[in-house]
Structure formats: C-alpha cells, structure tokens
Design a protein around this ligand. Sequence first.
Ligand code: ARG
Length: 472
Amino acid sequence: MSKLWGGRFTKQTNALVEEYTASIGFDKQLAEEDIQGSLAHVTMLGKCGILPQEDVETIKAGLNKVLDRIREGSVDFSVSDEDIHMNIEKNLIAEVGPVGGKLHTGRSRNDQVATDMHLYLRNRVVALTGMLHEVQAALLGQARENLDTIIPGYTHLQRAQPILFAHHLMAYVSMFQRDVDRLIDSYKRINLLPLGAGALAGTTFPIDRHFVAEQLGFDGVYENSLDAVSDRDFILEFLSHASIIMMHLSRLSEELVLWSSTEFNFIELDDAFCTGSSIMPQKKNPDVPELVRGKTGRVYGNLMGLLTVLKSLPLAYNKDMQEDKEGMFDTVATLEGALQLFAPMIATMKVNKGRMREAVNTDFSNATDIADFLVGKGMPFRQAHEVIGKTVLYCIQNNKYLLDLSIEEFKQFSELFDDSIYHVLQPETVVNARNVYGGTAEPQVQAAIGRAEQTLSATKAWVEAHSVSSNG
Ligand code: ARG
C-alpha cells in the first residue's frame, strides 16, 4: 500500500529519507496509548454524529483486533509507514477495509502524538511514584532498625558531630518525598487532553473534546490549540524531576560506595546486589550504586537535549519535536531500573553497628558539646571555642581523645570543667542533646519516622487511586 499522505507526491520517498524521518523504531512503545486514544476519538465521532454508529463499531472492533495482534507480537511495523500512528492506521485499514480511513476524521497526527505522550507519561509517573515510595519504605525500615546506631556526621567529609544513622537515612526519605511531591504535582499538567487541536487550529467538525477527555480520564483539555500541539513542557518537567531524582540517588550511591569500602566499613551490601572481579578474587564491587551514579549523566543529558530541541521552535508543530521521545523513554527506563534495584538493595544492606560505634569513639565529633558545656558555665561561646580548640590540639599532640583526658588535664584549659564532662561527652548524650524538631535526638527521629509513615501511606493511596483510573 502507498503512503497515507501519498496523493500530492509524484515520486517515491528516497530510502534514506524514509529511514531518517521514521520514528517507528522507538514510538512503537506508544502502541497501547495510540489505540486507547483512537478508541476514545472514534467513540466521540459517533456520539457527535460525525460518523455513523455502524462505522464506529467496525473501527472499534478493528482497533481492538490490531491491539490484540500487537500484543501477541504478530504485527510487523514498517519504516515506510514512518511512525506508530500511521502503522496502526494502515493495519486498521488492512483489517476492516476503507472504512478504517474514517478514523482520522477531525484529527491530526500532531494532536494524536501529543495525546499519546500524555497518556504514556501519566501512567509512568504513577508507576515511578510507586517505585520511589518503595525506596522510601526500605529506608524507613532501616531507620527503624538503627534508632540506636550512632555514626559520625560529616561536613566537608570531615567528622563533624555524631548523629543517629537513622537520622542520616531519614534525610534521604525527606529528599525522596520532595521528589514524590513534585511528580504528584506534575500529574495535573500531564493529565490534560491535546486532542481536538487538529494540526494546529482546531477542526471544522463538531467534535466534543470534553467527552474525549472524560473517556480517557483526563482532568481537562488544552485551552489553546496551538499550545496543545506544540507543548512539551510536561516532558521537560518530567525530565527535570527525573534529573533531581537521579541526583538524589547518586548522592546516596556515593555514600553507599564510600561506606562499603574497607576504609569506612560501615555497611555491607548483600551479595545479590554486588559483582566480582575477573582477576582479583577478593573483590566485591558495589556496581549497582556505581552505575546509578554513572547513569545520572544520561538523564541530565536527556533534559538538556530536549530543552535545546525546543528552544527556538516556532509555533506550532515541527518535526524536530519527534526528538522528544527517545530521551523520555530512556529516562523512564533508567529511573525504573535504578528505583527497582534500590528498594531491595537498601532493605537487605547490613549495617556494621560495631564499626560505626568504634568510629564515633575515636574522633573529636563531641568537641562542640564541651564548648557548649563551658558556655553553660557562663563562658562566651567564642572564648569556649578557643579553649576547646586548644584542648583538641593537646589531645592530637598526645595521641588522646577527649574522653581519655583526666579532670586535671581538662582543668589546665579551664577551671570551669568538672566531672560531669565525662557524661556530656558520651556519644549518646551528644546525640540526645540535639532535641529540637528535625534534630538527631532519638525522640525527634522517632517522631520523624512516625510522620514519614503517615506521608508514605498517603502516597501509597494516591498511587493506588491513580493506577486504576490511568488504566481506564
Ligand atoms: N512521528 C511524529 C512525532 O513523533 C508524529 C507527528 C508527525 N506529524 C507531522 N505532521 N509530521 O512527532
């Protein structure tokens, strides 16, 4: 069969042009959404009296057959039919005859492809939100197990103040919560119907866009037909949210890699999530976090790529916009891959509490607290800082930690010291002294875990509610 748009042409398309302009190689991923959109469109054409009901039924039955054949893998997509939209239309016409050619009444590929992308991304955003939730749940599980585990907290990757390991993990729960919130918020901009915009200006047929929107579970329709076919903000927004999620995963990855090194030895990732070396028999490599860290670059690249594609495009549709797809598909696959591995990898990670404890006992991360002790005795903070600085220097020169000093040694630096300093300097005391909302004291972290449990169950409910409607 010739091209669906062949009437105006006197020559065959150059074979390389056909290859170059075709998108079927990747937009076949939109087959389900394309048919879902077509079913709603043709139903509307019948309801509005644009097509006779009999034709509508024939086309719907044909579309469902094509869908079945695509699902069973018996449809051969062809490059000469360029994209998923024309491949499906060709298959429909082959199935039901010339009446299939009525499906495209009042519609353009421009509003059709935009509709497919909205349907696709809406489902993926719901699924990805669910996966992020699983990662948060795994972190929360480890936090509950580590409410009594103290690690050095770092700034500049230098030991700073002791914190609960649970508190550290809960920081990631908060980060991923912002990601969840961003995805959920973006849903309302994704869940809009472009169809009915036609090629750019609307259509001469008396269509009912709101009826199509309702059938497809969209919350509304695009306000302006030009905007409807040329907007890819919803994809940019997704790519930027995905970039931030990858950045968060990459930061966590970096910590997992550091923590599982012999130098830190704070955690051990489960064997099932590590790989070995082909030459060094002793090696157990944290490939998953390394690769997640590495794959962050391609997601940023996909965002930059699409921003650049769109930056100078005149209204309305331009073929450049076909470049919106591969980066989006790649980003979805990259995120899904990372999130699906992270949840079980975090859940099964072993925490070396003994080694963490040893780290906290052999550093000066309690120094702020003895400065605060002197402040409590009336010394100005700046002076206390100086006194403790000198005390720490003395310890370093004499190969001691603060808790090793005798009271006489302490008193060389200030007469304000007394025996209660040995209690103040205990890691537990130091941690629990930070008993402010959002701080690392155990009751605060307990409360944070409780609040996160509530938030996580709200996310779960949102995902469940929207998984149902997005299939509808
Ligand atoms: N394959 C095209 C895309 O992905 C579909 C829209 C084509 N529209 C057109 N007028 N050439 O953007």
